[in-house]
Design a protein around this ligand. Sequence first.
Ligand SMILES: [Zn+2]
Length: 333
Amino acid sequence: MICSCNCNLKRRSEKSPRKTCLQGFIPAVILTIIVGISSPVEAAVRVVTTTPGYADIVKQIGGSRVSVASVMRGPENAHNVSPRPSQMMKVKKAKLFVHSGLDGEAWAPLLLKGTRNANLLPGRPGNVDLSRGIRLKEVPQRGQLTRALGDIHVFGNTHYALDPLNVVIIARTITDALKRIEPSAADEFEANYKAYAKRMRDLADRLVKKMKPFNGIPVVTYHRTWPYFLARFGLVSIGEVEPKPGISPGPRHLIECVENMQSQGAKIIIVETFNSLQNAQSVAGRVSGKAVVLAQEVKAIPGIDTYEKLFEYDIDQLIAAFKEVGVKPKRSE
Ligand SMILES: [Zn+2]
């Protein structure tokens, strides 16, 4: 066989390829190295986030200037994650580590400690705590910090990203962090932030209007994942299937849930993808209601891969569930 580059080197056989043509190979290697050095992927700021939702926001702001990975896949419980060794390696190489702060991801400090990347430790420029700037709900009064009310949320409720206007605040924090790490692209990050913030505010306006006929309707949630979401969209939580955050319900508490829903006229239970739909359905069935699974996180449900899709999906699912159980919308004024 004759080499395709016309160097006249005859290949003796496939079994003995000792003599090979280097004429085209060497320039190809040099080209690969040059392309590799100037590749936007190589030049991108490496970011690791705890959740796929934060990764979505980093991508919206950073565009092609960031390379982002999240520790979580999406459907799992953010309070209870076991990072894999491969994820530890990604964090080790990252310039930014983006997380919820507080005790939302109690596994994150251990992950950071294991990576020995000093730049990502709390208080360092690479550590981006998104709880800063958020008006937290359910913060214990001074001196009341206790785990008596459950194992989690001891500094306040950590599910603040489920309000589209909090997503705007999160995007601001991420933009500022990216500008610190990559000042040469500051104008680009700022322009992306402005466009994203406008889209998110417009979405919030539209969905709040859509939910207006259902304002004041009582619902039960499985975990206390939803206070920010419910407050933004005008719904009222009357209790949880969990007796305390992170604690599974026993039969007695499930009976109390049924009685609570009966007395307050609630028909809908909102369930996270990682919690027991069966438990929720057994309670909802007793009041001729419905348990509805919503996306508590980006990628918790297939196809819901951005916060914009998450809010659209959750509101549509809720309205469909209300209609199914006969909750009548108020006439628009
Ligand atoms: Zn929680």
